[in-house]
Design a protein around this ligand. Structure first.
Ligand SMILES: NC(=O)C1=CN([C@@H]2O[C@H](COP(=O)(O)OP(=O)(O)OC[C@H]3O[C@@H](n4cnc5c(N)ncnc54)[C@H](OP(=O)(O)O)[C@@H]3O)[C@@H](O)[C@H]2O)C=CC1
Ligand SMILES: O=C(O)CCCC(=O)O
Length: 490
């Protein structure tokens, strides 16, 4: 099966970078292989860009900025709306490309395409609502007003786990605000980014407004994006380690930063929870994208009174999950992205077991081999184990035991991360207390799936800076300018 035979519109498969409205091979004319994580087979050879290509993309974005920024917001919104419609028209093809290069099951890929498109629709609407303020003046002879203006050229560096939606969540608000963008997609998943650009071009996004710099020389491309003075904002989703590095690199030119970094989400099940609902919430939160999301439950904290019952119910549900390649039929769990990801899950399991954790189900590589790992539930997990402190980013549900509410909050907050948290309870007083006490940017209460384009996505502590999606997501790509009108009495 070749990728083009899977597609109704084979033109969506692009392998060259997209700079200034042209599909280009890159200065060095070098390529890198994109592999199917389920089989290791090469799917396509994609242009490997260098610093000079990145500079050209930034200069194209800089040149395109004045005209794009000057368009009335309504006109930008019309172009974005066309892009949104094209994304949905090509949902199946985009999902096929996504599953092949990223590995997630096809229903999840279709869901990601719809989710990704929702950011374009949402920000097409929000573009028209970037209101300023009139500030009641304390001076009789002056009037004080604020206006919002696009920040300028934006660099977006995106991860492989959501190769479509993490781009649209950044590019949607940036273009809506009047910014132009250079995207560097993850080396594992450039094809989804390029397919997005094909449809942006068809929707009428002008040359230079959206540029895609593909490549495996991340530090070289990232070095140029963070050094170049024309880039006024860097929006990054990925690991905390690289986020910190990029933050340092941006200091030299004082760029605005949007950072969506790692998480270590607690998922708390109190004695008074609806256990069946909590199991369903765990499946949704922990095992979405085979455990590879930054908002995945990383630590399941379960109260002593329901610990054994919850563990049994969860293990029974996890045993039923089908594992396999996206194109091999009805599967709920795909491969992990690469060998390194498999090794990390195996390391967390081995460390926990060596310190007394018990394997309730899974606990080993999957018989399919390669990048497949069995969905796993561990019990008797404790605070000293690796999994308590590091993001596993894989299909491992470790169950910690706690005694009371104070204990649960202490454990939940015992991490330098603060992205998502979840808890299940039916006591309304407890719900408010815990929601307020928990240190996270997003909290799911009796709900395991919290992401939507209309709500602010982002973290506190070392999970990042800024918010994406929602009305706040547009503000992150705009500057507030204060205008003081004097001389009213002359
Ligand atoms: N918050 C989230 O959603 C994500 C979190 N993670 C976490 O990070 C761990 C490691 O995943 P990994 O893919 O290595 O994450 P990275 O942070 O390395 O990758 C994310 C993006 O940053 C790019 N990048 C890497 N190094 C640099 C650099 N020096 N300068 C500029 N850009 C750079 C990558 O490019 P390239 O692909 O070319 O290396 C990719 O586009 C995961 O196990 C998980 O814990 C990972 C992905 C997403
Ligand atoms: O892992 C991420 O960074 C993206 C999470 C996907 C989402 O829920 O929006």
């Amino acid at each position: 099966m070749t990728i083009t035979t899977l597609l109704n519109d084979p033109a969506l498969l692009q392998t060259r970078a997209y700079i200034d409205g042209e599909w280009v091979a890159g200065e060095a004319a070098a390529n890198f292989a994109v592999r199917n994580p389920a089989s290791g087979d090469s799917i396509a050879e994609v242009a490997s860009c260098n610093a000079a290509d990145t500079r050209r993309a930034i200069e194209a974005a800089e040149a395109a900025l004045p005209a794009w920024r000057a368009l009335p917001a309504k006109q930008r919104a019309q172009i974005l709306r066309r892009w949104f419609e094209l994304l949905l028209q090509h949902q199946e093809d985009l999902a096929q490309i996504l599953s092949l290069e990223q590995g997630k099951p096809l229903p999840e890929s279709r869901g990601e395409i719809a989710y990704g498109a929702s950011f374009i629709e949402w920000f097409a609407e929000e573009a028209k609502r970037a209101y300023g303020d009139v500030i009641p003046s304390p001076f009789g002879d002056r009037r004080l007003v604020t206006i919002k203006q696009p920040i300028g050229v934006v660099a977006a560096i995106t991860p492989w786990n959501f190769p479509n939606a993490m781009i649209t969540r950044k590019v949607g608000p940036a273009l809506a605000a009047g910014c132009t963008v250079v995207v560097k997609p993850a080396a594992e998943t450039p094809l989804s980014a390029l397919a997005l650009a094909v449809l942006a071009e068809r929707a009428g996004v002008p040359a230079g407004v959206l540029n895609i710099v593909t490549g495996e020389r991340a530090s070289e491309i990232g070095g140029e994006l963070t050094r170049h003075p024309a880039v006024r904002k860097l929006s990054f989703t990925g690991s905390t380690r690289i986020g910190k590095l990029l933050m340092e690199q941006c200091a030299g030119t004082v760029k605005k930063l949007g950072l969506e970094l790692g998480g270590n989400a607690p998922f708390i099940v109190f004695d008074d929870a609806d256990l069946d609902a909590a199991v369903q919430g765990t499946l949704a939160s922990k095992f979405r994208n085979t455990g590879q999301t930054c908002v995945c439950a990383n630590r399941l904290l379960v109260q002593d009174g329901v610990y054994d019952a919850f563990a049994d119910k969860l293990a029974a549900a996890v045993r039923k999950m089908q594992v396999g390649a996206a194109h091999s039929g009805e599967v709920q769990q795909g491969p992990l992205i690469n060998e390194k990801a498999v090794a990390k899950v195996a390391e967390h399991v081995a460390d926990a077991v060596s310190q007394g954790a018990k394997v309730l189900t899974g606990g080993a590589p999957h018989p399919l081999g390669g990048n497949f790992y069995q969905p796993t539930v561990l019990t008797e997990v404790s605070e000293h184990m690796l999994v308590a402190h590091e993001e596993t980013f894989g299909p491992l549900a470790p169950l910690f035991r706690f005694q009371d509410e104070a204990d649960a909050i202490r454990l939940a907050n015992a991490t330098e991360f603060g992205l998502a948290a979840y808890f299940y309870s039916r006591d309304v007083g407890r719900i408010w207390r815990v929601a307020e006490a928990i240190e996270a940017g997003m909290v799911g209460i009796n709900e395991g799936l919290i992401s939507t384009e209309v709500a602010p996505f982002g973290g506190i502590k070392q999970s990042g800076l800024g918010r994406e999606g929602s009305r706040y997501g547009l503000e992150d790509f705009m500057e507030i300018k204060y205008l003081c009108f004097g001389g009213l009495n002359s």
